[in-house]
Design a protein around this ligand. Structure first.
Ligand code: HEM
Length: 276
């Protein structure tokens, strides 16, 4: 006899109730995959990008909340959120394994249909970079045709980055963060600073005395570690799929992405290791 879960109380009538699909807007999500070719692998390509964008949405949400918590001196809450961000990137890193099942020949079948569109124009990715502190104003340009997106990116540039907020907090707990760092032009990308380096050296040489700062520092390193892995997995997948062809977005492709591997979000935190 087949089992009927309604006999055990499972709700089966949603004429007057909110269902799973209603709550999660599943119809909207599942009707947003619109392949432009008849190539079998285009569905994988679309879903891989869309799911990545969803995870990026959550990462941004958590980074922005963590930054607010740090500004409000609620560091413990922020640490929890930053752990989640690192795990999100770990999740995104595993996702490359699915995309890697697509061969160059399979990708070629629909690549021309993508036109000039590319992850290079992912505004959520730029928001994550801007929120973390990697503020390259040249990356605003592809969004000029969308005033709503440009406004979000500009608003992000006007706020202190996550790293700026951490350094402000370190100053509030009595660490000698240089005044010019605290008053820096927020729109600019973070540049390595000797004074900040000296602060992290102090913290890392005596973790038990500066435990909060030490914990935040390690959380930032964790986040950047997973972010770097994402970039590395991306460039490796790209090389595997398109070799050294130019990107659909117009850059030199793999060599552009390799250059991006050199980006450091929190340079002092990586260099402090050498000083211990
Ligand atoms: C076969 C799959 C993929 C290929 C061949 C590919 C290729 C590329 C290339 C060549 C670039 C450099 C910009 C350009 O000229 O187009 C790029 C940038 C980018 N891609 Fe991909 N990509 C793939 C998958 C993905 C996926 C799944 C994501 C997830 C959202 C993604 C996100 C990005 C982002 C955010 C950038 C900008 C990186 C930066 O500016 O530092 N890509 N991609």
């Amino acid at each position: 006899m087949t089992y009927d879960p309604s006999k055990d109380g499972a709700e089966m009538d949603f004429r007057q109730r909110m269902s799973y699909g209603d709550y999660l807007q599943i119809d909207r999500i599942l009707t947003a995959q619109l392949p432009l070719s008849s190539a079998h692998d285009e569905m994988l390509f679309i879903i891989q990008h869309q799911t990545s964008e969803l995870w990026m949405k959550l990462a941004l949400y958590e980074i922005q909340a963590a930054r607010k918590m740090i500004a409000a001196d609620q560091t413990q809450e922020a640490l929890k959120m930053l752990s989640r961000v690192a795990r999100i990137f770990e999740q995104l890193n595993s996702a490359w394994d699915v995309l890697r099942t697509m061969t160059p020949s399979e990708y070629t079948r629909f690549r021309d249909d993508l036109g000039q569109s590319s992850g290079f124009q992912s505004w959520q990715y730029r928001l994550i970079e801007y929120a973390a502190g990697n503020r390259n104003l040249a990356m605003l340009k592809p969004h000029e045709h969308r005033p709503d997106i440009l406004e979000m990116l500009e608003a992000e540039l006007a706020r202190p980055s996550l790293y700026d907020e951490v350094l402000r907090r370190l100053a509030r707990i009595g660490l000698p963060v240089p005044e010019e760092v605290l008053k820096r032009d927020l729109r600019q990308a973070w540049q390595f600073d000797e004074g900040v380096m000296a602060v992290w050296v102090t913290v890392y040489r005596d973790p038990s005395r500066y435990w909060e700062a030490y914990e935040v520092g390690e959380k930032l390193v964790d986040f950047e570690d997973y972010f770097r892995r994402w970039r590395f997995n991306h460039v490796t997948t790209v090389e595997r799929v398109i070799g050294f062809k130019r990107g659909t977005g117009g850059t030199a492709g793999t060599s552009y992405l390799k250059r991006m591997l050199e980006v450091e979000l929190f340079p002092e935190l990586w260099r402090v290791r050498t000083e211990l």
